[in-house]
Design a binder for this molecule. Structure first.
Ligand code: FES
Length: 151
């Protein structure tokens, strides 16, 4: 029979504390999908549809406005714009710095990243300030009747 000594109890307590600390660390790693600002990173992509997908109606995006949608080709948030009558552009909403989702500021007519302050031109999607190395990824769209289509 094993005698329980004060030394054995202290060793067992230390081992349990170490296991608890490791568990706490792994939980921290798994839940760190957002950065210090609380902004979320881009979601992972989804399967690609096999054909064209209607993402909006022309009336959803009046001239000078943006329309948020989910890109059917990868499941990632994106924006559709109509900067001039009949001209439609779309960009991924994933910041090219570290992958946070950008917002659209209608007052400044810019895309703004909440994570580290990158700003993109509201029409071209090109970076105008901050750490973004390149412009927002363009998405090819077309118009068919009243529908705006990706793919
Ligand atoms: S992730 Fe957008 S500025 Fe860093």
């Amino acid at each position: 029979m094993t005698e329980i000594t004060r030394r054995n109890v202290l060793i067992s307590s230390s081992a349990l504390a170490a296991v608890g600390l490791l568990a706490a660390c792994s939980t921290e790693t798994e839940s760190s999908a957002s950065d210090e600002s609380g902004a979320s990173a881009a979601p992972t992509g989804q399967t690609q549809p096999s054909g064209p997908v209607t993402i909006a109606q022309v009336s959803d995006v009046p001239v000078g406005t943006v329309f948020a949608f989910t890109n059917p080709s990868d499941g990632v948030p994106a924006y559709l714009l109509q900067p001039a009558t009949g001209k439609f552009l779309a960009y991924s909403a994933v910041c090219t710095h570290q992958g946070c989702i950008v917002n659209y500021d209608s007052t400044g007519m810019q895309f703004m990243c909440p994570c580290h302050g990158a700003k993109y031109d509201g029409t071209s999607g090109q970076p105008v300030s901050g750490p973004a190395p390149t412009g927002l990824t363009p998405i090819s769209v077309s118009v068919s009747g009243d529908s705006i289509i990706v793919g």
